[in-house]
Design a protein around this ligand. Structure first.
Ligand SMILES: *Cc1c(COP(=O)(O)O)cnc(C)c1O
Length: 424
């Protein structure tokens, strides 16, 4: 078993260690919630200040051209593309994850309908993130489709002749379990369905090869592993084979071929421009670009492959230490042990007290989060995200030591740790 000294040694040998200096983290905090809100890049405040004072403040409306505001969705999109195995000019940063899912699922249904109008089912997982299910439910209702929800092991049998689109989140937000993207695309295509992937917990967390793995559509989140800041814009990717048939359901003027002709009729722009709707949140885009740049700073050090090796080493270590040092306290590891099936988080479950244990850890400066369960198959979860850009091996040791003390002392039972907050 690893000792504290071993963990310190692993940090000393870690080739990615210097990347931690690209972030500002408060003293005394071990941040294990980058899967929910990525940490702040140290360069973000000055860059955002520049965008307000110098660009907005001095250049005013001229900044759309002079400060490169108008091109930001494409420019940032091309950077994100490098992280998820997409080509240049295929991906844009725009809008939010939920809104982008609506656009992409709607376009996918329209494209599927052209060749197979008899297919009337959208297939997804019961444990998918709720917004994904709500968006799909609403869209299905509006367009006369059925949303069919399954457990992951039912995938092969559920992909029948009725399925138009398979919509999955690659890494499950609760359990951290990861779908093998290439295999799932192959199964879906063999069954005649298109695939829509939500990369909220994959982009910047695990190597993704959208194009090589044959995906049809993908969206992802800007404020998790991309470190774009609270509510940062999300992204949209469409395989080039569908790009010209992508019918934007939110046909706003930023998706128009010639927005500044102000014509009364809609004509979609070529390429990724048509995935946009209206004017983009530039100050938030600025934050997103800084966040994406921190990930690209790892490219000379091995990029996503190097980040992935460290992420797996961190999650392996966390699992090992929790089992060795926190045994006998009713915790179970929910996240798959198989590397090929694990994202960049470790989820633990416990019969009771999961919320209060997380609160007690946060009071000690170990920030993870809690996700409420629903029934025996989906228990309450203590969730710990490991972002290899800024989490080290000694952090893992210390986090587990705090967890051990919280359990041993029973301090989690104190009333202040058992009061629910609006955001968990
Ligand atoms: C975080 C997350 C979202 C977030 O959607 P927003 O529109 O940004 O609120 C959506 N889907 C999944 C799978 C997520 O993990």
């Amino acid at each position: 078993m690893h000792t504290l000294q071993d963990c310190q040694g692993l940090d000393a040998q870690d080739p990615l260690r210097a990347l931690r200096d690209l972030f500002t983290l408060p003293d005394g905090v071990i941040y294990l919630d980058g899967n929910s809100l990525g940490a702040m890049p140290a360069a973000a405040p000055a860059r955002i200040a520049q965008a307000t004072t110098a660009e907005w403040g001095q250049q005013l409306i001229r900044a759309w051209n002079t400060a490169g505001w108008f091109d930001m969705p494409q420019r940032i999109g091309n950077k994100i593309a490098r992280l998820v195995g997409a080509g240049a000019g295929e991906l844009v940063a725009t809008d939010g994850t939920s809104v982008n899912l609506f656009k992409v699922l709607s376009a996918a249904l329209t494209i599927a309908h052209e060749t197979s109008p008899e297919r009337r089912v959208v297939l997804s997982e019961r444990s998918n993130f709720p917004t994904d299910l709500y968006i799909a439910e609403a869209l299905c209702k509006e367009r006369g489709y059925t949303l069919r929800l399954i457990e992951p092991e039912e995938l092969v049998t559920a992909l029948d002749q009725q399925v138009a689109v398979l919509m999955l989140t690659q890494v499950n937000y609760r359990t951290g379990a990861m779908h093998p993207m290439s295999q799932v695309n192959a199964i879906a295509h063999a069954a005649g369905a298109l695939t829509v992937w939500d990369l909220a917990h994959s982009a910047g967390a695990v190597p993704v090869a959208l194009k090589a793995d044959g995906a049809d559509f993908a969206i992802g989140c800007g404020y998790k592993y991309l470190n774009g800041g609270p509510g940062a814009p999300a992204f949209v990717w469409v395989h080039p084979r569908h790009a010209e048939r992508f019918w934007q359901p939110l046909a706003g003027w930023w998706g128009h071929a010639t927005p500044f002709d102000f014509t009364p009729d809609y004509r979609p722009a070529p390429g990724t421009q048509r995935y946009l709707c209206g004017t983009q949140p530039i100050l938030s885009m600025v934050g997103l670009e800084v966040g994406v740049d921190t990930l690209l700073a790892a490219e000379p050090l091995g990029g996503m492959a190097a980040l992935r090796s460290k992420s797996l080493a961190l999650t392996d270590l966390f699992i090992e230490l929790v089992e060795a040092r926190c045994g006998g306290h009713g915790l179970s590891v929910v996240t798959p042990r198989d590397h090929a099936r694990r994202g960049s988080q470790v989820s633990l479950s416990r019969q009771d007290g999961a919320y209060a244990i997380v609160q007690a850890l946060i009071a000690r400066g170990v920030i993870g989060d809690y996700r409420k369960g629903s029934g025996p198959r989906h228990p309450d979860i203590l969730r710990f995200g490991f972002t290899p850009l800024y989490v080290g091996f000694e952090d893992v040791w210390n986090a587990v030591e705090h967890l051990r003390q919280v359990l041993l002392s029973g301090e989690w039972q104190r009333p202040e740790f058992n009061q629910a907050h609006a955001v968990t």
